[in-house]
Design a protein around this ligand. Sequence first.
Ligand SMILES: [Zn+2]
Length: 429
Amino acid sequence: MELLLENALVLLDTWPYRFERRNILIDGQFISKVSKNKLKAQEKLDCTNKVILPAFINSHTHSPMSILRGCGEDSSLNTWLKLHIWPLEKKLTDEDIYWGTLLSIIQMFENGIATFNEHYFNINSIVKAIKKANIRSVIGYSMIDLGDFDSKGAKELEIASKIAYELKQDKSFLLAPSINPHAPNTCSKELLRQSAILAKKLNCVLHTHLAETAAEFKFTKEKYGLSPTELLFKTGCLSEKSVLAHSIYVTKKDIKLIKKSKSSIAHCPIANLKLASGSIAPIKEFFENNINLCLGTDGPASNNSLNLLESAKIAILLQKNLYKDASILSADHALYMLTEGGAKALGINSGSIKEGKLADLVFFDLNSPELVPFSNSAAWIIYSASSASITDLLINGKFVLKDKKLLTINKQEVIKKLSLLREKLLLKN
Ligand SMILES: [Zn+2]
């Protein structure tokens, strides 16, 4: 089935980014033509009043955590995890995970996100929600052994491996497996080493947290005499298929190692600010070193939104403030992280509007007051637009959001169910 999006204002893959009127022909799950000329198709949609961009890619999140939103507010990362989140996570049921993921997917749809990079547990319930909603995901089981490979790590690796092999068989085109050791300070050296071997064997993404806090840096330095980045490098966890969330506490030497390995960094500025991780990731230096950058919201309990456009704006504003120079990075860098950077990091054939790319597209209302007057630059979207102007989202050639209405999920049902489950969760001993 062909669908023609006629006369839309389309983001071109130029640098700096520009918008021009184009007709986009979609054939099945792919974009088959992008042209200034008139095109024919069985089904047509007049997009004269739409701005169309590649749909956004959330490169680091823990989507079921929307059920934990609001727990342990205003505490530091360590307190937040140990006193509030980890005890509640032990009580989560399959239902909690399923409905929590669906609530997050609703928010991702309304924020123009077509793909998310997931790092959690109880993967089967998350996959069930993904298939129901028709969203794209790179997904892996979150492994933690707290330094004990023999009695914990080996088992964790077995679970992760089984899930990854199963996901590899999935033919929906929406799912890709990843291997997810939790972090350099929560995984043994052997678990990191084995994770790298497994990811290589499966030829898939290795997704981990890296250098999120000063405490993590101190921990690996004291235990191994290595920075968290050096530890990942030594254990083989840095490669062009690695996605490193945070990467705040990095030395000049670490930046060289990340560059050499061609790993990608998923910058999560809002969660870092909210949990007071203490510093700001040096993304200006990452860009200067040609390290691929993408953006993550992190989990909905530590952000608390799943608004990636907000993260993109804040990412750039923080660097301007840090270097006291408004020209240090531009809105183009933010738009790159939202789209092409995420696609490159996750190895997904999306992120730009070109023939042969997956039809993952987000539509903004050109008549939205915040988009008036038109200005032909990335800044127009990054600084002026908000998710309130998003009207439609197309994933894998299918609308999941049309005229602001969700097509694959019953929003009221999810809200009601999640609220009840949350009440139950807090009452559990
Ligand atoms: Zn995280």
